[in-house]
Design a protein around this ligand. Sequence first.
Ligand code: ASP
Ligand code: MG
Length: 420
Amino acid sequence: MPILVMKFGGTSVADLERIANVAEKVRREVERGYHVIVIVSAMAGKTNELVKWVNETSAFYDAREYDAVVSSGENVTAGLMALRLQEVGVPARSWQGWQVPINTTSQHGSARFVSIPRANIDAKFAEGMKVAVVAGFQGVSPEGRITTLGRGGSDTTAVAFAAAFDAERCDIYTDVDGIYTTDPRITSKARKLEKISYEEMLELASLGAKVLQTRSVELAMRYKVRLRVLSSFDETDETSGTLVCDEEEIMESKVVSGVAHSRDEAKITLFTIEDRPGIAAAIFGPLAEAGVNVDMIVQNISEKDYDEAHAGAVTDMTFSCPVDQVARAKKAMEEAKAAGKINYDELIIDTDVSKVSVVGIGMRSHAGVAAKMFKALSGENINIKVISTSEIKISVLIDRKYMELAVQTLHDAFALDSAV
Ligand code: ASP
Ligand code: MG
C-alpha cells in the first residue's frame, strides 16, 4: 500500500476537539487506501511551558534532562491521537522516538537524524495497523537517551519519515492554507502559490516566512520529498494548499515568486579598520564564537585602491544580524579590540532596520530584476542601506518604518498578485 505522511502542528492539535477534527482527515486518507504515518507536535503552547519549567528549575540545565522534559509534549499528543483514531474505527498505534527507533546524534537540544529503520513500523502495518502516530521533534541518542531536534523540529521529523518510508507525499497541516507571495497581513494582494520550488522555499523559510522549519526544506530537497503545506482548519482535498517540489515539476514560473521580509534586523559598522589580510577573520571569528548570526556583509573599498601612495590603508566593515543579538555582537567586538586583535575608531549601531528580499528561480536566466527592484523603491523614496544578492535572491536593508511600504511596492512592481 502507498504510504502518506501527515504532520499536524501545535495549533492543529491544541485541544481534544481539534485532535478529533484532524483524526477525521487521517481516517479519510486511510479510506482512500493509504498506510498513514502521522507526525504530531505538542499541543499549542505546551513546549514553551515545558521550556519555561526547565529554565525555572535550573539556569544552567543539563541538556539531557531538558530533552527528557520538553520531548514529553509530543508523547501526549501521539497517544491521544492514536486513541481518537481507534475510537473512530481506525487501527492505530502511537510510537515514541526510541520505539521506532529514530536514531539521532547526541547533540541534545539540536540533534540530527542518523537513521530511521523501517522494520518495526512495517511489521505492524503487515499485521493490520493502518496508522502509525509518531511523536515529532524527538529521537534517541547512541547512548540510549532521549534527544530533541530544535524548536519547530517536527516538520523535519515528518520529512525524514517521508524519505525513510518512500512516502508518496508529506502533507504538513498547519494554521495557514499555503505559501503566499508575501505576508498577507502586509498586503491583501498576497496570492497563494500552487507550487513553489525547494530552493525558493528555502530562501523564504530562512527569511522569516515561518511556516516550515528550514531544516525540513533542506531535507526535502535532498531526498526529493514532495511537501504540501495546507490548513487543518479547512475542508481539504488533493488540490489544497501549496506543493513544495522540484523545479522541474513547475511548468512556468514568474521571474520573481515572492517578497520576503525580516523585520527586526540591525546593522553594525566598524568604522576605520586596518585593511590587511586576516582582518575579516579577526572580526567574524569572535562574532561566530559569540553565537551571532551574521547575515549581510559589506566591506568598503580600501583607500589604497584609489590612492596607491596612501600609507596605512584603512577600510570600513558593515554587517547585519538579528536585533536581539546586538548586545552580544557589541561585546564580542569590544573584547576583540581590548585584546588587540582588531582596531576601529567607532562602532556604529543601527537597530531600526528591516530586510526585504525578492526571491525567484527565474532570476537565474533573467536580467534586470535588481534594476526593477531599486527603481520601485526609489519611486517611494525608500533609501537602501545595504544590498546583497544570491543566484535567486536580492535583499536590501532599509529603515524599519518603510518595511510594509517596501513589501507592497515590490509586490506591485513584480505583479505578484496575478499568476501569469
Ligand atoms: N513542539 C516543538 C516546538 O514547539 C516541535 C514542533 O512543534 O515542531 O518547537
Ligand atoms: Mg512549526
